[in-house]
Design a protein around this ligand. Structure first.
Ligand code: FRU
Length: 473
């Protein structure tokens, strides 16, 4: 295929497939200085179908080397989502240090298979006795596997209908059922997909807690979104510490199938999401490829009023993208227009904002272009909300579910607001308070948003610092 970039919407610093359709990130594993990213790939077209595991390798989570598809369909079915591990102790007998992929095959039914690589992910060999786990259940997929030192077993979390099932194995080949999780917990309303389960320290304490990620088609703004649960895990069972709460990882419309890297260095827990929504993923106005990933995010836990939440901070590697910048500070009482935020803006930039509220009820800012297309963001200081409105962002007519204002509650009593916005041709990701809230939305403007208007209602505010960085690889 000719993969010369012909897409004006193709992001500069987000991962996108060279050609064809992409959905979930899969099999993310770090080994010997390389981050592997596999993904749900249709190599033959830009709509969902013919699923393979696409593959790319990066040393810095930003620059990706595109590789041929790593795992391709066979008699058991097409290759659905899953994970990968490094078998340091040669438990499976494919060699110490083999990368082993564990994935769903979608054929007559959904079964789990494995494949191994002894050349750092360059080639994979399917296990001769696949599949390794079968069931009568119709929706039985997306295995996330990790090593649990406490029982010296591999643990698999699997999405089964509207619950997660936990299995264990000494060798990745023989699996036994341990427990299931889900009844009466969090959001339902559609099948659960793409689990992840890991332990994280709680900021400001010596404590650690387990986090279970769960994607489902019943999010706060319609269809695809990622919820999470915080609790304990003992090698057999996950227990949610606050069963009456639903917690969302991201408050935009385009953040799905979020999973993390195995074996990431320095105890980091790095997540990436598919940046689209099943409501309209097949209709977005690109054609050479369809749908990128989110930027990588480093996860941590923080507690407010006794409740523990996930924080998703932009990964520090993103700082390396910063090119020329321009810094301003000013007061806003009414409207403050900044035409051409930075020279030569081609639509890939970061905005870093520190705002001090004085008496404003609304702290607003609008990114826009000369065509009048805009993304309007507001802190509502009375209602304690942050919102992003893409209803006039450009091409919004390809699907009735695309135009949307998304919003989230913000922590109360704050007068200093910190926000980082990542704009990359066809997306806006907002990280508030270091990632205590996140909002990810696609946009399809006919030309980049090069201007910004700050506005206030009900009183004034001070922009202590507005910095725009051009971002480039
Ligand atoms: C989630 C999902 C997974 C499945 C894959 C198929 O987006 O539906 O559950 O494995 O996509 O492409």
């Amino acid at each position: 295929f000719d993969t010369t970039n012909r897409e004006k919407f193709r992001p500069v610093y987000h991962f996108s497939p060279l050609y064809g359709w992409m959905n979930d990130p899969n099999g993310m594993v770090y080994k010997d200085g390389e981050y592997h990213l596999f993904y749900q790939h249709n190599p033959y077209g830009s709509k969902w179908g013919n699923m393979n595991w696409g593959h790319a390798i990066s040393k810095d989570l930003i620059n990706w080397e595109h590789r041929p598809d790593a795992i391709t369909p066979d008699a058991f079915g097409t290759i659905f989502s899953g994970s990968a591990v490094v078998d340091h102790n040669n438990t499976a007998g494919f060699g110490a240090g083999a990368i082993i992929a564990i994935y769903t095959q979608n054929g007559d039914r959904q079964v789990q298979s494995i494949a191994y690589s002894t050349d750092n992910g360059r080639t994979f060999t399917k296990y001769a006795d696949n599949p390794v786990l079968v069931s009568e259940a119709r929706d039985f997929r997306d295995p996330k596997v990790f090593w649990y030192e406490g029982t010296k077993r591999w643990i698999m979390v699997l999405a089964v209908g509207q619950e997660m099932q936990i299995f264990s194995s000494p060798n990745l080949k023989n699996w036994i059922f341990e427990s299931s999780f889900g009844k009466g917990q969090g959001a339902h309303g559609n099948v659960w997909e793409c689990p992840d389960l890991f332990e994280l320290p709680v900021e400001g304490t010596n404590e650690k807690k387990w986090v279970l990620l769960c994607s489902l088609g019943d999010g706060p703004f319609g269809d695809s979104a990622t919820q999470y649960f915080v609790g304990t895990f003992n090698g057999k069972e996950f227990v949610n510490e606050s069963p009456s709460k639903t917690k969302w990882m991201d408050w935009g419309k385009d953040h799905y199938a979020t999973v993390t890297w195995s074996d990431a260095p320095d105890n980091r827990r790095i997540a990436i999401a598919w940046m689209s929504n099943w409501q309209y993923a097949n209709d977005v106005p690109t054609s050479q490829y369809r749908s990128p990933n989110s930027v990588p995010r480093d996860l941590s836990l923080f507690t407010v009023d006794g409740e523990t939440y996930l924080q998703s901070a932009p990964s520090p590697e993103l700082l390396k993208l910063r090119d020329v910048s321009k810094k301003r500070s000013f007061k806003v009482n009414g409207t403050r227009t900044i035409k051409d935020m930075i020279a030569g803006n081609e639509g890939a930039y970061e905005i870093e904002l520190t705002i001090e509220n004085q008496h404003a009820d609304i702290i607003g800012f609008r990114l826009y272009n000369d065509k009048g297309e805009e993304v309007d963001m507001q802190y509502d200081m009375k209602e304690k909300k942050f919102s992003m409105d893409r209803r006039k962002s450009g091409d919004v007519g390809f699907n009735e579910n695309f135009p949307m204002l998304t919003w989230t509650a913000i922590e109360s009593g704050k007068d200093e607001l910190k926000l980082r916005l990542f704009v990359d041709k066809s997306s806006v990701e907002a990280f508030g308070d270091g990632g205590r809230f996140v909002m990810t939305n696609q946009v399809f403007p006919s030309e980049p948003y090069t201007h910004i208007d700050f506005y206030s209602k009900g009183g004034a505010y001070k922009v202590d610092s507005f910095v725009i960085y051009k971002l480039k690889k």
